[in-house]
Structures are given as C-alpha cells and as structure tokens.
Design a protein around this ligand. Structure first.
Ligand SMILES: [Zn+2]
Length: 153
C-alpha cells in the first residue's frame, strides 16, 4: 500500500497516481540531455563573443545582431536541454537553434575563408550537438511521452 501524501488515500503499490485525488505518487525523473545541452550553450557563447568582437572591430552590422540573438537562443535552449526539456516547445526551440546555428555558422565560415574575414569554426560544435541529439533519439521519445503524461493530468 502506498499512502497518498496529499489526501491520505491508501493506493495499491503499483499505482502511479493517487486513485482518489490524482496526485502523482511516483516522481519520474525528466530525461536530461546534458551533452547536447552543454554543446549548445558552448556554441551559443562562442557565437556571441565572436560577434561582439566582430562588431567592435568593424562596422556594427545587422548581421551581428541576428547572430547574437541566435547565440542567446542557443544558450537558452541548451539550458532547457541540460535541465531536461519539459515540453515539445523546448525540443523544437533546441532543434531550430541547432539547424540555424549550424547552417548560419557554416555559411559564415565559408564566407570568412573566401574573403579572409572572420573565421569561426562554431559550426563544428553545432554539428556535434546535432549528432549527439540524434543518438539520443530514444531519450527524446521518452521525454515527449512524459510530457504528454503530465499534460493530460
Ligand atoms: Zn490522493
């Protein structure tokens, strides 16, 4: 018997939720993505630092602002991944950050090489983050399932 800490109802031991009041008896651990999360935070930070320097050294461009925004988004979604994404929106934001971070920094890398401009190999980190997240597919599914469970309650 598992006594509900909220209402005191005696539940069968296998119960996940209190049969009387619906209180969650087993506090499930949220799936965490420490690796991908840290990679996103790192690449986001590099992005911001690089472009702040770029902005100081050259004419401050609109492009720099856009990439700083991407940097901030990367850090935020990386943090959510690290802590354990709690919603589909967290996972979508992380995917968007990775996709734009990768394509954007790769584009700039090529431009930088061609015009001897600013070269940042940040895209490599985004690429690793993508691979890391792809290898965590199973965990992603679990995270989504858990999100659904808590959503229905
Ligand atoms: Zn209860």
């Amino acid at each position: 018997m598992t006594k509900c800490p909220k209402c005191g109802y005696e539940n069968p031991p296998e119960a996940k939720y209190c049969l009387n009041c619906g209180y969650k008896l087993i506090q499930e651990e949220r799936e965490r993505f420490e690796g991908s999360g840290l990679l996103l935070i790192t690449s986001g930070t590099i992005l911001i630092v690089t472009f702040l320097f770029n902005a100081l050294l050259r004419v401050f461009s609109l492009l720099a602002i856009i990439y700083v925004i991407f940097g901030i988004t990367s850090i935020y979604s990386g943090y959510r991944l690290y802590r354990g994404p709690s919603s589909l929106a967290d996972l979508i934001l992380a995917s968007v950050s990775i996709i734009f971070g990768f394509s954007g920094t790769l584009f700039l890398y090529i431009i930088g090489l061609a015009f001897k401009g600013l070269v940042t190999p940040d895209w490599i980190i985004y690429l690793i983050a993508t691979i890391k997240l792809l290898t965590d597919r199973k965990k992603l599914k679990n995270a989504l399932k858990m999100g659904n469970v808590s959503h229905n309650r």
